[in-house]
Design a binder for this molecule. Sequence first.
Ligand code: G6P
Length: 588
Amino acid sequence: MCGIVGYVGKERAISKIMIGLKALEYRGYDSAGIAYAKNKKVKMIKKKGQISNLEKHLNYDENTNIGISHTRWATHGKALDVNSHPHHQGKITLVHNGIIENYDVLKKKLEKEGYVFKSDTDTEVAAATIDSIYKETHDMVEALAKASKTLKGSYAFAILNDDCLDTIYGIRKDSPLIVGLGESENIIASDIPAITHVTTSYVIPNNYDIVVLQKDKVKYYDQNKKEITKEIKNFSLKEETISKNGFDHFMLKEINEESEVVKRLISLYTDGEKVKDLVDISKYKYIDIVACGSAAFAGQIGKYYIEKFKNIRVNVYFASEYRYQKNFYGKDTLVILISQSGETADTLAALKIAKENATDTLAIINRKDSSIAREADKVIYTEAGIEIAVATTKAYLAQVIILLLLAIKGFDEEKSTIEDLKLLPNLITKYINNFDYTKISKLFVNKDHVFYLGRGIDYYLSMEGSLKLKEISYIHSEAFQAGELKHGSISLIDRNFGVIAVVTDKNVGGKTISNLKEVAARGAKIIAITNIHDDNFSDEKIEVDDINDVINPIITIIPMQMLAYNVAKLKGCDIDKPRNLAKSVTVE
Ligand code: G6P
């Protein structure tokens, strides 16, 4: 969600900036723009639509060594050229990721001062706010320190000032921003993939740190204008480089990486027979799992595992609700935050609230050094490697496996479960390759509505399967507890409906099959993902192995991911960058 790249250095800036901006496409956006300095003036180009649309208006040979750029995911104002970033007011030109919550009040005040706004955005108000303060201070560091007390909400800014066009200023609050340190060139961006072509060394500013970025030096200041030093970190280029490796889409590549992810997790977090000392969750009486989207659905599987083995009561909440609802905090409660990006605003806010209430927090995170990873009391990394497709696959699977490892630690089943997990890499490869997903998907490609049905753990899996399908194929899809369907929603079922049935849980499988007969009788077409091999209850069947009730949920997700992928492919959808979605949701 919104990507920022700013570059200052020895090279022509536009090409350096655009390489970075393209590496942030995965975050999701609907317009893009750039501002650069040439002959002591700022030139700005902004276009709605894809980055390729902006590129048509750029001259890569332009003699400029400094610029800022942005991919925008619209929050305030439609996706139009005029609302795209950068925004310019007075001497300030800036790009922004986040939301300025008090922009309306500030706008009215600034209009009285004579500022005229061209766009509907909160960002243009931020530009004017900083400009207005700078007019008094004539000092950008002081202006930013003061502005950060005025601006409410979340932000990461990269800023040019007409008075010093050899410098990019940066400041963040709750939105991601990193500084990449090169040789006679420096870069500021939302995420590591955008800086790999310049450097592997980086600094993460804390909230409210002020960054002053020039070609040969970077300085950092605190709110009192005192210069501060920051820890320089390094990343491995291999992990952060973005390539499809010959696959048609990142999503398919990432599904194919799931075997490796499982092997990596077994080798990192077990000694082959026992789970290593990760975090002892046994001492808690209650566990709240808090997350958004797929991460919350991984949490549902985690609830099943933790309740089964540890006998601890677990509740799973969407972070957007958790942060405002009544919760029960205290020393006997653990709050587990799950997030691929580690930057999801709602999950980050939930973490902060739990900490403020003196409750222990554990984060299960994929992106190293992300905000949630840095702020939680304890963190376990999912080690799935960088995930580019907006719809998560390998990170979700890794989250489920980490939750399983936490749950089985110290139980008789520990050794046998690790043995079972070792079966997964081959099974994953088998499920990717052994079914004719194109043929099966044709049954659903023209459907407008799909219900995913399951009971118990199969319902929890259905939630993730359904989300995958709707995210990337735009088919309306809902997951239902199979037994609940008849209490209302079955009224919708007719021959235009598709049903995907998940039937792996032997305890309730027979009941689900009865429910499927009910929907078949009303004309719906059924695809079953099941380990029941000797009963015919669907139009198409994807037969998975029956290992046991702990491992079955993990393997069943692979056909669900492949099904969603293939339906979206048949429909010609933009699979890796679905409309309206963002990989990293850094606003509320
Ligand atoms: C976005 C994505 C979802 C994702 C969710 C949580 O909404 O579209 O696919 O599951 O964010 O992301 P996180 O990075 O916190 O796991």
